[in-house]
Design a protein around this ligand. Structure first.
Ligand code: SF4
Ligand code: SF4
Ligand code: SF4
Length: 315
């Protein structure tokens, strides 16, 4: 593969042709901030936080979309770049609830991280604030549109799996929001609670409800385990607090890995001493259920019992 030499923040790097500037910077250990970029997803350059200065270009460029070129000279933290990032972050914070103290995402929220990095704060203003439109219908996911920064990662992630495609953008301008099946809830839509969208949301707009009130990641010991239910072996994280395993959550999905509720619940059942009750979606309702029914084991267990009883009778 052809290689390209370039300079980023005064350091030389050689990367394969076709790399974007953000990928090349990563090779040098330089983290260019980005909210909508994910190496597993289509590049959309929506948040514009990854702006950089490229010598020879008059305007700032989004480093997620610009490909490396031979001899390119890039600067990622000039005054112009930093000011542009501060403005973007300030606009986001201006329409965002000041809820970091109790937000489930605190400690791993990218908006919080970058606001701290660039010293941007919540401030009082008379302008519009995103309304609190919560979807509490699911026992597995809480959606809080007031915290959504419209990065679209959830939409692109859900759309990666052919038979899902539940999430999309609706409305326009400041009213833009993320909806399920043209404005359904998690309960009434065809969402299957795989939690792929939750794993990629950079803020607390989509959170795993089964973690809430138990532990936040910065306060937990986190161990990655592989699911044993099917050949994909998706990765889940087991979160422990005070040496006790308290929750399981889906880890970021790699491209092509489906993630599913059955795998996550099976991992909960095998890893946690005291897992919460499981729920199944029956019609358009989430219904509390038994583990054997939720995991589809009831029929198998009945059959095993029948076979074992017949065997006993024949002995
Ligand atoms: S989503 Fe992030 S910035 Fe918003 S309240 Fe939660 S932790 Fe704070
Ligand atoms: S949980 Fe899965 S199916 Fe449901 S909206 Fe998220 S990614 Fe799509
Ligand atoms: S819900 Fe999360 S992932 Fe989806 S657009 Fe909003 S901030 Fe991005």
């Amino acid at each position: 593969m052809k290689k390209v030499n370039l300079t980023i923040d005064g350091q030389s790097v050689t990367v394969p042709e076709g790399y974007s500037v953000i990928q090349a910077a990563k090779e040098l250990g330089i983290e260019i901030p980005a909210l909508c970029y994910d190496p597993n997803l289509e590049v959309v350059s929506a948040c514009r936080l990854c702006l950089v200065e490229i010598e020879g270009s008059r305007k700032l460029e989004t480093s997620c979309s610009v490909k490396v070129r031979e001899g390119m000279v890039v600067n990622t933290e000039t005054e112009k770049v930093v000011n542009a990032r501060k403005n973007i972050l300030q606009l986001l914070l201006d329409s965002h609830p000041n809820d970091c103290l109790t937000c489930q995402k605190a400690g791993e929220c990218l908006l919080q991280k970058y606001a701290y990095r660039y010293d941007v704060k919540f401030r009082k203003h008379d302008g519009a604030v995103r309304p609190k439109l919560m979807d509490t219908s699911s026992p597995y996911i809480l959606k809080d549109n007031s915290k959504c920064i419209l990065c679209g990662k959830c939409v692109r992630t859900c759309n990666q799996i052919d038979d899902r495609k539940v999430l999309s953008f609706a409305e326009r301008g400041y009213e833009t929001k993320i909806v399920l099946d043209a404005d359904q809830t998690f309960e009434t839509s065809k969402c299957i609670s795989c939690n792929r969208c939750v794993t990629v949301c950079p803020v607390g707009a989509l959170v795993d409800k089964r973690l809430m009130g138990k532990v936040r990641t910065w306060d937990a010991e986190v161990k990655t385990v592989n699911c044993k239910v099917c050949q994909y072996g998706c990765e889940f994280e087991v979160l422990s607090k005070n040496k006790k395993k308290v929750a399981v959550r889906a880890k970021s999905p790699a491209n092509g890995r489906p993630l599913c509720l059955k795998g996550r619940l099976t991992t909960e059942l095998t890893q946690l001493e005291n897992p919460d009750k499981p729920y199944r979606k029956i019609g358009n309702k989430f219904v509390e259920s038994s583990w054997s029914k939720t995991l589809g084991l009831a029929d198998i267990m009945e059959k095993i019992e029948k076979i074992e009883n017949t065997k006993k009778d024949n002995d």
